[in-house]
Design a protein around this ligand. Sequence first.
Ligand SMILES: N[C@@H](CCC(=O)N[C@@H](CS)C(=O)NCC(=O)O)C(=O)O
Length: 210
Amino acid sequence: MKLYNFSLAPNGMRVSAFLKEKGLTIDVHDLDVRAGDQFKEPFQSMNPFNCVPFLELDNGSIISESVSICRYLEELHPEPQLFGDTAEKRAKIDMWNRRLELDALSPMGHGIRNKLPMFEGKVLAGTRNNIEQSPVVIERAFQMLNVFMGRVDPHLASNDFIAGPEFSIADITGYFLFAGCDRLEYEIPAEFSNVLSWKGRIIDRDCFIL
Ligand SMILES: N[C@@H](CCC(=O)N[C@@H](CS)C(=O)NCC(=O)O)C(=O)O
């Protein structure tokens, strides 16, 4: 199998961090998505969503979406488990990962793409068009992040990691949420001290030294 990735792509780095945490190495092909490699053949046909990361299996089949790739790799290499080893743990890790992605990572990503000049003409991932950057989306990202932080802060008072006592794929998502907040220049309000403590617990983990 081969992973198509770009070393500066946050979603690609989620898979790289997962691989490092698992102690796995796989064949990687670097696609420079800033230069538009993903729109050229054969990559356009391999992933018509024009994004990295995507994984090519030995039978030629393609899996994209960072978490779906990680889930597939976890099935092949269950230890150390990052998606949970019981029905309850799996559901809770999935629940937290979805909350992080839908309520925080996604609005944060839209905020960045509507703010930074490097994303002009690329407001939606994997597109090149004239959709304009909008300050309203940036403001909404800040509002949604504030709501999210307020919701998770009490939960993190009694949980070392976001889905419970063990580090999981949801913490990997969390790390890239924090990295994106820095790019967006969203500072986590000091009142959310449990969120800041969680950030402190995961930020220096070896898997994130890529
Ligand atoms: N939900 C997807 C998002 C993938 C994505 O947005 N990838 C970005 C890099 S972080 C990309 O390839 N962008 C290419 C572009 O915008 O042209 C995932 O988790 O894999």
